[in-house]
Structures are given as structure tokens and as C-alpha cells.
Design a protein around this ligand. Structure first.
Ligand code: ZN
Length: 452
């Protein structure tokens, strides 16, 4: 009886406290003013512009005189002549992976398919260490203007969902995260020559194995149990259409989208036939496949990593001046040329597209955010018009993620995720590599424009 009384007292206290919190939450309003505001959807610029923010959401957008009239005396952040844009969205990243490319001899000795030994080390390391590193990379993304990411695998069992929840609870700074949990793979995809006695245990720390349609469905349910936001599947020649279709059916039943990693034409066809929501990378897509994707409404998520000597940069710490360095150079150049052509074919096909950095490497001399934004902007080098590049990492990305009701544009009702650059990002898209102001949820993360 006494126990019951204590419990009831505790319950009333909790209810009372909640009631008080709700009653006491004051309306917090902020007004952000800037010389210009770009609407990526239409390409139109509002000048000058003001955004009224209330409790983390955008309440009104318009000319400063009009908006100020509705909120007299409101706290104002004046960004001078800067250009406002929606916060950036990186649709494909790996915040809990920061691979240092191992030396050549190390790679030669460990025949693990395409899976670098560095990634294997990440898996067997401490999950705690890994998620703390993820927290750092998340903060670095946010500081560079990336206010939302879709994290597609390589996080251990629950690293990305936990990091997402910690960020949402205000424990650590970072972008909004759509977390995929463990990536679904077929047996042949990664680390084939692990110690057989330990292989399954190690693989399960990172992946869920698809082996037949039933196991595929089970894998999706396991991720649902971890409360993921999206399902990531890696397609290779071992994955069958019925297996992938089972994944997609189960995920859609739970209102989760399915992002399918597919590089070669066979895997891309499997993803198209099974009805994927987005195809990640898609490097070897044929024109016929682009048309099929367009007709089925499948998003193409471009990951333009082959620019600016990328594969040389990540290998610098390990193999400077070795023969492998020179072959990596030739490889990068050939890859870049093929990617230029892919981007032109994607633009011509009319398929809907967004972009992801696929950043998962230790990149000497850059923070994770700097490396990610620079990679996304490679699309401009590939000949994509600047406005299309900006859409691919704002409005179109939000559509692909199924979140266009809350992010991707500066519109009333959406989260107050804003960035500002000093110049004109349509005239020079590299302005986005020099983001001067970042706001997420109405909170200022960075402001190099206003003197404090
Ligand atoms: Zn990836």
C-alpha cells in the first residue's frame, strides 16, 4: 500500500511538472534579415528578405517591412548583404566511419573483396569510441551548413539511431539524422576471409544478412525494432529481385523508404525491377535504365566522389610516391571523365535526382563537413548548372527523403534550418564551401557575419 502511494505521488508529480513545463513554455521569436534570399525551387531571389522564426519553426517569410510589422520589437539577427538559403542536406553519408586507407602491403595481405581492412578495423573497434567519433563528425557537418543527413549504414548495431536521438535531445550538436541502422547485404558482399569461427559475430555487428526472402523480411523487422528512419540495402549480383522485393514490401508496410546501393548495370536493374525508392551511386546506369527510373519515380542519388584527386587525397597518408599512388591517379582521372558523362545523361533523362557525399574517409586537411560539401559541389565541375546542384542538396533531397513537409526550403511551417553565404551561390556555387551563418531549429550554430 505504501509502495502504491509512493508510486501515485510520483505519478502526480510527473504530471504536474509536465503541466507546468507546457504552461510555462514562452513563445520564442527571432527575425533573420538578409540582403538576399534564394528559393532553390524557383531560382527566384527575394531582396531584401526576412524570416520570422517561432519556437524553432519558420512562421513567415517576406520583405523585412512586411514581416517586421507582424512582430514588432522582435529579436533580430541582421546578416547584412548575405544570401540566405535553406540548410544543406547530404543524402548519403557515413558519420560513424572515418577510414584511414591502410598501406598497400596491408591491403594486399587481406583479401576482403572491395572491403578495405580499415573498415574492418572500424567494425571491431569499441562501439563507444565509434559513436563519439560520429558525434565529432556530425558537429563538423553542421558547422559547414549541413543541417540534415541521411546516414546509410556502417554505424554498428545502433550507433546512428543513438547519435540521432542524442542530437535531437540536445546532448550533442549535429544535423538531423535519418538513420538506416544496419545495412542489409548478401553474404558475398563484404569481408569474405574473416576467421570463420568469428565471421558471423563480426558481420552482425555491422550488417544484416539477406539469404532468401524470409531472412530479408526479418532483417527489415530487426531494423524497425531499432527504430530506423530508412532501410539501406546493398545490391550486388548475388541479390535476387524476389529478395529485394520482400525487403521493399516489408519496409513500405512500415512506411520506410528503401535506398539501394547499386553500381553496376545488373544491380541497378535488380533495384529498378524490385521497386527501390532511390538508387545510390548508380555509376554504370544505362540510358535505358535512367528512363525506367524516371518512369517509375525512382530517385537517382548521385555521389560525385571522383573529382579533385579525391582517391589520391585519401591515400596520401599511406602511399605517397608509390606505384599505387600513380595508378590511383590514372584511375581517378578515368573515373572523373565517366562521371561527367553520367551527370549529363542524368540531366538529359529527366530522372529525379539528389546528391550525397558518401563521405566515409579520413580526408587530410579538411573537417568532415568541409570534405562533404566540397564533394557535393563536384556536380558543378561535372557540368551541372549551379541551381540544379543547389536543388540536389536542398529541395530535391528533401523530396527523396520524404521530408519535404519539414526541410529543404525556407517556407512557413518548416524547421528553421537556414544558412547564409556572403556572395551569390548561383553565380559561384563554391560560396557554399564558405558558409558564414548556420541556424538549425531556430538556434544559431555559427555566425561569422554579425559582430557580437
Ligand atoms: Zn555509402
Amino acid at each position: 500500500m505504501r509502495k502504491l502511494c509512493t508510486m501515485l505521488a510520483a505519478l502526480f508529480f510527473v504530471l504536474f511538472s509536465i503541466g507546468r513545463v507546457v504552461a510555462q513554455t514562452p513563445t520564442v521569436q527571432t527575425l533573420v534579415r538578409a540582403g538576399r534570399m534564394l528559393d532553390p525551387r524557383t531560382g527566384q531571389v527575394l531582396s531584401p528578405a526576412a524570416v520570422l522564426i517561432e519556437n524553432g519553426k519558420i512562421k513567415e517569410v517576406g520583405s523585412p517591412t512586411q514581416v517586421q510589422a507582424h512582430a514588432p520589437g522582435v529579436k533580430t539577427i541582421d546578416l547584412g548583404r548575405a544570401t540566405l538559403l535553406p540548410g544543406l542536406i547530404d543524402s548519403h553519408t557515413h558519420l560513424l566511419l572515418d577510414v584511414v586507407v591502410p598501406p598497400e602491403a596491408e591491403i594486399a595481405r587481406h583479401l576482403n573483396g572491395k572491403f578495405a581492412p580499415g573498415m574492418l578495423l572500424t567494425i571491431v573497434e569499441s562501439p563507444t569510441k565509434r559513436v563519439l567519433m560520429g558525434a565529432q563528425l556530425a558537429r563538423e557537418d553542421l558547422e559547414s551548413g549541413i543541417t540534415t543527413v541521411r546516414n546509410l549504414g556502417h554505424s554498428g548495431v545502433d550507433g546512428d539511431t543513438e547519435l540521432r536521438d542524442a542530437i535531437n535531445a540536445g546532448r550533442v550538436p549535429g544535423p538531423r539524422i535519418l538513420a538506416s541502422g544496419r545495412k542489409l547485404i548478401t553474404r558475398g558482399e563484404y569481408v569474405q576471409n574473416l576467421n570463420p569461427a568469428l565471421a558471423d559475430a563480426i558481420l552482425h555487428e555491422e550488417f544484416l544478412l539477406i539469404d532468401g526472402a524470409d531472412r530479408a523480411r526479418q532483417a527489415v523487422r530487426q531494423n524497425e525494432f531499432q527504430n530506423v528512419d530508412v532501410i539501406k540495402v546493398s545490391a550486388d549480383e548475388n541479390l535476387t529481385v524476389p529478395e529485394l522485393a520482400a525487403v521493399i514490401e516489408e519496409a513500405h508496410r512500415q512506411h520506410l523508404k528503401v535506398a539501394v546501393h547499386a553500381i553496376d548495370a545488373t544491380s541497378i536493374q535488380t533495384a529498378i525491377d524490385a521497386g527501390a525508392d532511390s538508387i545510390e551511386h548508380g555509376n554504370e546506369a544505362t540510358d535505358g535504365q535512367l528512363t525506367q527510373m524516371r518512369d517509375k519515380g525512382i530517385f537517382f542519388d548521385l555521389t560525385p566522389t571522383s573529382y579533385g584527386g579525391f582517391f589520391l587525397k585519401i591515400q596520401e597518408p599511406s602511399i605517397v610516391m608509390s606505384p599505387a599512388f600513380h595508378s590511383a591517379n590514372a584511375y581517378t582521372e578515368a573515373r572523373r571523365q565517366r562521371y561527367d558523362q553520367l551527370v549529363q545523361r542524368v540531366l538529359k533523362s529527366g530522372v529525379r535526382f539528389a546528391a550525397g557525399s558518401d563521405m566515409c574517409w579520413f580526408y587530410p586537411g579538411k573537417t568532415r563537413g568541409e570534405a562533404s560539401v566540397a564533394t557535393l559541389l563536384n556536380l558543378r565541375q561535372a557540368g551541372m548548372p549551379a541551381l540544379d546542384v543547389i536543388r540536389a542538396i536542398t529541395t530535391s533531397a528533401a523530396e527523396m527523403l520524404g521530408w519535404s513537409d519539414r526541410i529543404g526550403a525556407i517556407e512557413s511551417g518548416k524547421f528553421a534550418d537556414l544558412i547564409a553565404v556572403a556572395g551569390d551561390p548561383v553565380g559561384d556555387v563554391s560560396e557554399l564551401e564558405r558558409v558564414r551563418f548556420v541556424m538549425k531549429d531556430g538556434q544559431v550554430v555559427r555566425n561569422d557575419l554579425t559582430s557580437h
